[in-house]
Ligand binder design. Structure first.
Ligand code: ADP
Length: 404
């Protein structure tokens, strides 16, 4: 059972092929991975197969032509040096990561014209991602005409939010119009909570877990009984924690002030909130936490401020999530920053000792996911877990096609 996963973002399109058949040697490791990135007018295709064979091509193609570039990347599935001994009919399904499922798509779905319309209808809310996701689906339908396309939604896991966490305290009509807290990164939050329970030898149903997805986008989820009870992202992926280029939660009065005083247009505001805020906006250096940490090391004050705001908001967010759960058994760090930065984990956990969180500094500094990093006496168990969104999407697609 070979499943291809397409993860289409605003500036990259990642793809991975998994063999989930029972006889597969290592179903968790992709047989083949490709990445198509856009950087201004340049694009780069990088492909690697499980034998370590690589293909890399850099070209000057305009982003509008990215459909054909996706085809160029997918062609490497069958062409040397990275091609595998298969053809299109060997692909059982293509799984697509779709960031926003809107009010109706709360379960993984086989793509139909109606599903595509529902995805398109919420594209304005998550413009960075949903349009790219739809482009990926439409290209894949043409490239694999007889293969089922499965959409898996980042919002779906949070459809269990209690109304008190879900509904914004604006006019009730907002809720009736679908303006509520959807939450994002659900594929990874769900996976991390389940994986933490397994690693700790605990029943998922008895565990209160806060999962921290800290990548370019950052969010927290409060998970009890395997269900999302609260989360930091809301109607759009702009709410909540400070991120690489997004500010997270702001006083909405700032936005009305900027618009009313005509300092900014709505399009400029979108640009500022999506691309010019967060770590980049405050430091003026970079959206990449590695650059921020390096600049902090050289005494750069704006990088220090960016770091301090990031930690301040992360700490208070974790405490708020623990409050929503009325307790905390496990804390999970995941995604690029969460998995790779012992400094962030330490700085964040230091002031959360009152919740019973205590790290083992040696384990934390040497952590290779998936691993526990809490001290033996810590009441809350802290883990570092590798994000496996593509594998989760492949498994979800397989379960949808052949439920066990
Ligand atoms: P995405 O949200 O795009 O999937 P990732 O989960 O790959 O992003 O996370 C990307 C971010 O991870 C980078 O922007 C960088 O800030 C951060 N990161 C990666 N490695 C490290 C590291 N060693 N230390 C600190 N941050 C890191």
């Amino acid at each position: 059972m070979k499943i291809l996963v397409l993860n289409s973002g605003s500036s990259s399109q990642k793809t991975a092929l998994f063999d989930l058949s029972p006889q597969a040697a290592d179903p968790a490791s992709p047989l083949w991975e490709g990445k198509l990135e856009w950087d201004g007018s340049k694009e780069t295709i990088t492909v690697t197969n499980s034998d370590g064979k690589k293909f890399r091509e850099e070209s000057r193609v305009l982003p509008e032509k990215r459909g054909s570039s996706l085809g160029k990347m997918l062609d490497q599935l069958w062409q040397p040096p990275t091609g595998l001994d298969l053809d299109r009919k060997d692909i059982a399904a293509v799984g697509h990561r779709i960031v926003h499922g809107g009010p109706r798509l709360t379960e993984p779905a086989i793509v139909t014209p109606e599903v595509k319309r529902a995805i398109a209808s919420v594209s304005a809310i998550a413009p960075l991602h949903n349009i790219a996701g739809l482009d990926g689906i439409e290209y894949s339908e043409g490239y694999f005409p007889k293969v089922p396309q499965i959409a898996v939604f980042d919002t779906a896991f949070h459809s269990t939010l209690p109304l008190a966490a879900k509904v914004y305290p604006g006019p009730y009509e907002w809720y009736e119009q679908g303006i509520w807290r959807y939450g994002f990164h659900g594929i990874n939050h769900a996976y991390c909570a389940t994986r933490a329970a397994r690693l700790l030898g605990r029943d998922l149903a008895s565990l209160k877990t806060v999962t921290c997805h800290l990548g370019n986008g950052c969010s927290l989820a409060a998970v009890a009984d395997g269900r999302s009870m609260d989360t930091t992202m809301g109607f759009s992926p702009l709410e909540g924690l400070m991120m690489g280029t997004r500010p997270g939660s702001l006083d909405p009065g700032i936005l009305t002030h900027l618009l009313r005083s005509r300092q900014i247009t709505q399009a400029e505001l979108d640009e500022v909130l999506n691309h010019q805020s967060g770590l980049l906006g405050i430091s003026g250096i970079s959206s990449d936490m590695r650059d921020i940490l390096a600049a902090v090391g050289t005494g750069n004050e704006r990088a220090r401020l960016a770091f301090d705001i990031f930690i301040h908001r992360l700490q208070s967010g974790i405490a708020a999530m623990a409050g929503s759960l009325a307790g905390l058994d496990a804390l999970v760090f995941s995604a690029g920053i969460g998995e790779n930065s012992p400094e962030i984990r330490t700085s964040c956990c230091e002031r959360l000792a009152f919740l019973g969180i205590e790290l083992d500094q040696t384990k934390n500094s040497l952590a290779i996911p998936d691993v526990e990093v809490s001290s033996p006496g810590s009441r809350v168990r802290t883990l570092v877990i590798r994000a496996q969104e593509d594998l989760c999407i492949a498994q979800t697609a397989m379960n949808l096609l052949s439920p066990c």
